[in-house]
Design a protein. Sequence first.
Length: 312
Amino acid sequence: MNLRHIEVFHAVYSVGSISGASRLLNVSQPSVSKIVKHAESRLGFPLFTLVRGRLTPTEEAHILFREVDDLHSRIDTFQRAARNLRSTSEGNIRVGVLPSLALAMAPRAIAAFRRKLPRVTFEVSAIHHDDFREALVSRDCDFVIGHQGSTDPDIASARLGAGRVGALFGAGLLCSELSSIPLDLLREHEIIDLAPSVAIADLVSPILSRATGNSPGIQVKSVYIAAALARSGAGVAIVDEFTAEAFVGPDLHFRPVAPAAEFELSVQHLATHPLSRLARSFLDLMREMIRTRPADVTPHVNCLNAMAACQH
């Protein structure tokens, strides 16, 4: 079977009729029938039979379809990649992002990009850091975005920008007039801990150890849960600013900790699969949005003066 045979066989098998396959492939019914018969003659066995007027796959067709379906998917991936490489105004981008980036930063970048290029489509997945490699190797994503680069020789990494870690707290729990939260101030409050499986936990753990001498009373495996607990008044969540961006409002505030704790955002892709021009254009936009985002949602004030004001 050549590729045309495979394409037609896949279509007829999937929709269950010659007429449906002709509409799907935008060719005439006689052309579809001719290609099916030619494929059967080359194979030496029938692929379909008529049972009570309906086209029914043979047992051999069922076996072949399992192999052809995987091949057809790979051909679709190839065609999509070819379109993306050719065009900077239309195509498909499959991106994986950490959950902490999936509620605010990534959606804003995608919305801005599609306003400029509405013919570009996106497939977006929230993927935990430990699953990045599998998402790339399986070709589920063209690239993934996370908090740190990769040391894997099969994975290429590039810097996207930087972010800060800070305290997410309910209104009235800490002084919202502070431009940053000193760690000493956190010792007076319940701190919500992040489990080691959370991508940013390695950065948060030293902050927690300096902010409290006791074991935290709450540990969570998701930054979303930490943010929800902070909103409910269960304590102060130490999270990254991109997570906080999706939650801050009149009842929930975010301030970076002092001394500052920063991290890098990076994009990763298979070293053997360079990014398309379309993907690079999107990442350039995201890089610029990260670089030019507001430093804070409130004016900076002198820390000591603000602390004094909050005590009165």
